[in-house]
Design a protein around this ligand. Structure first.
Ligand code: AQP
Length: 335
């Protein structure tokens, strides 16, 4: 029965504390998918090291992201939840796929150009080959659908091209993944610069709200969020700061933007911001409590990621063996 479900792969990098961007754009939507799809949700630590990470912090963040997956309601029985580096097939497949990817394709990627500009002191090869590892993540599980934001479209297109190229050179090996267009995942922008995506690695902490931020911090950051001097709560491109706050409110309260506009007609920004902060605090409270409880139970988390890695590895190695065989590698274990 489960075999008939379409396969979804997605992940978050443990490159910082997760923001409400990660929550509203990814985690909250994943929970809605778990009954209808066979989902692989990975904490993609191999991806995170394309930017320098402090070892202790990377360990903590990896566990925290895992705990958040569970805290938002992802069921470890229904989904395969695992840490990417625990399944070495990802690195092995990425190396192979590197040899089927052209330099020209990689250097065209806008995310590479952005990240290279941002980390000029560390433009490592991993930053360039990041989309090949992402292709490996996706293709190893014969993924049908990948939930992606606009910024990942180019990477998924590349994964499709690599898969088609490999399939053409040898024989059908990979399923060709499609983008998943589900419930419109809100694209949350920085609270300080609404032209920029809200990012966990933003150096300005007022630009983001973390899932784990305490109530007083959430209130303060919302109060300081950039708006304008028009004074009307309106979902309009001319008011990008207010528009972003309405998107957040809408995603949290499940209320369409026109209803929010009506609710705050003539009310000014103070009341709107106050209510938004309250709504966020309420939304995040149970997630924070659950996450804190889980982080106290390291043995339980260990069991979750160990079981997850075992389940993921079975599927991933099956695809990897196929790749190796087709290429002409001599199998060394008769499995
Ligand atoms: N601002 C956002 N709005 C909506 N969705 C978002 N996502 C991230 N930021 C927003 C979604 O979260 C998932 C995982 O993201 P990621 O950690 O793998 O990488 P990212 O997109 O690069 O996220 P960050 O926070 O910006 O990380 P850093 O700062 O480390 O680069 C994806 O599904 C993404 O769409």
């Amino acid at each position: 029965m489960d075999e008939e479900k379409k396969v979804i792969f997605s992940g978050v990098q443990p490159s910082g504390n997760l923001t409400i961007g990660n929550y509203l754009g990814a985690l909250k939507n994943w929970v809605l998918l778990q009954d209808d799809y066979r989902c692989y949700f990975s904490v993609v630590d191999l991806h995170a090291i394309t930017v320098r990470q402090e070892p202790k912090s990377l360990r903590e963040k990896t566990l925290e992201v895992l705990a958040l997956y569970l805290a938002v309601g992802l069921d470890p029985e229904k989904n395969t939840i695992f840490i990417q580096s625990h399944v070495p097939a990802h690195s092995e497949a990425a190396w192979i796929l590197n040899c089927f990817t052209y330099m020209g394709e990689l250097s065209r990627m806008t995310q590479f150009k952005d990240k290279a500009a941002k980390h000029q002191d560390n433009i490592n090869a991993g930053l360039l080959t990041y989309p090949v590892l992402m292709a490996a993540d996706i293709l190893l599980y014969q993924t049908d659908l990948v939930p992606i934001g606009a910024d990942q479209k180019q990477h998924l297109e590349l994964a499709r091209n690599i898969a088609q190229r490999f399939n053409n050179i040898y024989s059908p090996t990979f399923k060709i993944p499609e983008p998943f267009i589900g419930n419109e995942g809100a694209r949350i922008m920085s609270l300080q610069d609404p032209a920029k995506k809200m990012s966990k690695s933003d150096e300005n902490e007022n630009g983001y709200i973390l899932i784990m931020d305490p109530p007083d911090v959430i209130k303060r950051k919302i109060q300081r969020a950039v708006t304008d001097n028009l004074g009307t709560v309106k979902y309009a491109d001319e008011q990008p700061g207010v528009k972003n706050l309405i998107s957040i409110y809408s995603a949290v309260a499940g209320m369409p933007s026109d209803e929010i506009e009506n609710k705050y007609k003539g009310a000014g920004y103070a009341k709107f911001k106050q209510d938004l902060a309250e709504a966020l605090i309420e939304e995040l409270k149970p997630v924070q409590e659950k996450c804190n409880d889980l982080l106290k139970n390291k043995d339980y988390l260990k069991k979750i990621y160990s079981d997850g890695a075992e389940r993921a590895a079975k599927v991933a190695y099956k695809t990897l063996r196929k790749m190796q065989k087709k290429i002409g590698f001599i199998p060394y274990l008769a499995k």
